[in-house]
Write a protein that binds this ligand. Structure first.
Ligand SMILES: [Zn+2]
Length: 253
């Protein structure tokens, strides 16, 4: 079976498993990745609303809309995305000048590959300075123990004037709340532990280190980005509210 068919089957299985008949709804969608399509709501969870053609969730759809607004010349861009599959990766693979993808694979040495996927720790990337025009990631940084270090690394690998587009859950509060801390390999919980599902490992959960507030733009400025803003995606998806996308610019020189 081809990789694309395997992915389709995986998506179909996941859709059937999570289907709630009472939640079913369909709306027209102009998908930023695959064009005219339909949005289908399979259940009340945010991840249960998907583009019928490419499977993009509202997180990826929102990032796709922001991508078109902030990076119109994607064909001239060398891109780094911090995940190795899904509709955003498929789109970037088709349209960007080049694309590097990676996952956090603690069992695989950093900078090496397993099944074509690079192993990277965003707190300590193996890429040279100024390698990319665009960096993207979705729902990653809230799971990274030292996000200041990660933001500095992501800025380091961006070229002058390069752009980072990403999502994290934003809780509407002014200040970011640290939920947990990792020191010398030991985790201290400052609040009751919160977890998200692990997209790579079925049945596994990943710890949430913090709930980001609006001060995330200040955290990006501290990491050396010259401008950072929370982009309100001005598209009405009808079945679900668009996510805010964070846009940050590396210094011009
Ligand atoms: Zn689509």
């Amino acid at each position: 079976m081809r990789a694309r068919d395997v992915e389709l089957l995986r998506r179909l299985r996941a859709a059937c498993a999570s289907f709630e008949p009472g939640a079913l709804a369909i709306a027209r969608l102009r998908c930023p990745f695959c064009g005219p399509s339909l949005l289908v709501r399979l259940n009340r969870d945010e991840h249960g609303v998907r583009c019928m053609r490419c499977g993009a969730s509202v997180i990826h759809l929102s990032l796709g809309v922001a991508l078109h607004a902030h990076m119109p010349d994607i064909a001239a861009s060398d891109v780094y995305e911090l995940s190795a599959r899904g509709p955003l990766v498929a789109y970037l693979r088709r349209h960007a000048r080049s694309l590097i993808v990676s996952e956090y694979l603690p069992e695989v040495p950093r900078g090496t590959h397993r099944n074509g996927v690079g192993s990277e720790d965003v707190q300590c990337l193996t890429f040279p300075d100024a390698s990319f025009d665009l960096v993207t990631h979705t729902e990653v940084l809230e799971h990274v123990p030292d996000d200041s270090r990660a933001f500095r690394e992501l800025r380091r690998v961006l070229r002058p004037g390069g752009v980072m587009l990403f999502t994290v859950p934003l809780h509407g509060a002014e200040r970011t709340v640290e939920r947990a801390r990792l020191r010398d390999g030991a985790t201290t919980h400052l609040l009751s532990p919160a977890y998200h599902g692990d997209p790579l490992r079925a049945g596994q959960r990943i710890l949430v280190y913090r709930d980001y507030g609006r001060d995330i733009v200040g955290r990006l400025a501290e990491a050396g980005f010259t401008r950072a803003l929370v982009h309100s995606v001005g598209v009405d998806f009808r079945l679900i509210k668009a996510r805010n996308v964070i846009v940050a610019y590396a210094p011009n020189r």
